[in-house]
Ligand binder design. Structure first.
Ligand code: CP3
Length: 385
């Protein structure tokens, strides 16, 4: 068992998890070298607000970043996007993807950068063709039955995603050492809703029906997604990501029993699979919309932080979640569009209720394209005043 100190945090690398044995064995040494050299975090944790709160300490003012902070509300993103070809071509172009990852940091000085990619590169890397259609979103050839699931292939999975890891390396090498780099994946349930439905839907009916009608077949899909997500996240860590977020954007439509099977258990397995290699990596979970099931997720998924959606009451977050984990959230993205004194009031409220404990200021969901840039300035100034 190998153990290295990275600033305040000990990273232990021990037995190789069977799932990643084949692909990751060769990367272990470089993983260790990586943590020993490139990313030695200076002992002043003040410089690393995000990592500090993820270790359970409060920070005043709290660190801030925004979900989907690299995106269409930024004119500089639209410029790169116009030259990149398709959205997926942008995701697989390390130079351009690194550039757009850094854009919101350069403009606003957020405390963390999030890798520019998409949760749907995973089905793409498994051989299910994905495209992004203007004004419509992602379109995939839907997986209609258990037989279709068997056509997915892990051959060359990490090779297909190599440009994403290259992006992580590029970003880390040009990012201020005080700004944390967050890697991410979609949670198996949310990714599966797109794989089965073939596109986004308000109720995820296709995946829910599949899971009721053929739970075993659906379990195969979830198991596959758990395994490849572990590989994918470890490769992001190997390339230089310092924290991870698991996006379960569509967890909110699962009834209680289904929540356990398709949201909580897969999250637990991803967390323990990643921690089997990198024990202390901070992980944020985002089971969006699960309401009263949030505390169960916070206690049992094994994550360091939960990202809270807009509908969660602040007192609920403070009393039921913050004693167990760092909390992230939960400003309404549409209030950021509206701005004005109501925006200031809500920012103050969030910090007043949650600021005494470990928290990350963020939105309750992704920033929307119509967000005025000056409202983002207003938000950051207010949080940091
Ligand atoms: O946060 C960041 O800045 C990093 C990049 C990032 C994107 N997508 C870029 C993106 C991240 C972390 C995601 C996650 C993602 N992707 C989620 C989970 C978070 C959430 O918002 O719920 C989901 C469900 C997806 C799937 C997805 N990607 C959809 C449904 C769409 C179409 C809707 C939309 O917002 O356009 C995308 C496209 C997408 N992903 C864009 C960006 C910047 C816009 C595409 C474009 O520029 O043409």
């Amino acid at each position: 068992m190998n153990s290295v100190w990275v600033g305040w945090c000990e990273i232990t690398i021990f037995d190789i998890h069977p799932v990643i044995e084949k692909t990751e064995k060769k990367n272990l040494e470089s993983l260790l070298d990586y943590y020993r050299t490139d990313t030695v975090i200076p002992s002043s944790t003040d410089k690393h607000k995000l990592l500090k709160v993820l270790s359970g300490k409060a920070c005043d003012p709290p660190p801030i970043w925004l979900m989907r902070q690299a995106g269409r509300y930024l004119p500089e993103y639209l410029e790169v996007r116009a030259d990149a070809g398709s959205f997926l071509e942008l995701c697989y172009n390390p130079d351009l993807a690194a550039r757009v990852t850094l854009q919101p940091i350069e403009r606003f000085g957020f405390d963390a950068a999030i890798l520019f990619s998409d949760i749907l590169v995973i089905p793409d890397a498994l051989g299910q063709k994905v495209s992004f259609v203007q004004n419509e979103g992602p379109v995939l050839e839907p997986l209609e039955d258990g037989k279709a699931i068997k056509t997915l292939s892990r051959d060359g999975f990490l090779d297909h995603l190599a440009p994403v890891f290259e992006t992580v390396k590029l970003v880390r090498s040009s990012l201020d050492p005080g700004v944390a780099l967050i890697g991410f994946c979609g949670a198996p349930w949310t990714v599966a809703t797109y794989m089965v439905g073939g596109r986004g839907s308000p109720d995820q009916a296709a995946a829910r029906s599949f899971a009721y009608q053929d739970p075993e077949g659906f379990q195969h899909l979830i198991d596959l997604l758990v395994e490849v997500s572990v590989e994918y996240l470890l490769a992001q860590l190997d390339a230089g990501a310092q924290a991870l977020q698991i996006f379960d954007s569509w967890a909110g439509n699962l009834p209680e029993g289904e929540f356990d099977r398709w949201c909580l258990q897969p999250a637990k397995r991803i967390v323990s699979g990643v921690r089997a290699i990198v024990t202390d990596v901070p992980i944020i979970g985002f089971p969006r919309g699960v309401g009263p099931l949030y505390p169960l997720y916070a206690r049992e998924a094994g994550v360091n932080a939960v990202s809270c959606d807009t509908s969660l009451p602040l007192e609920f977050i403070r009393q039921k979640l913050q004693p167990h984990v760092c909390v992230q959230g939960n400003l309404d993205p549409l209030l950021l569009v509206s701005g004005g004194p109501a925006l200031d009031r809500r920012i103050d409220e969030i910090i007043e209720v949650l600021g005494d404990g470990p928290m990350i200021f963020n939105l309750g969901h992704g920033i929307v394209p119509q967000t005025p840039l000056k409202h983002v300035d207003q938000l950051i100034e207010r949080v940091r005043r």
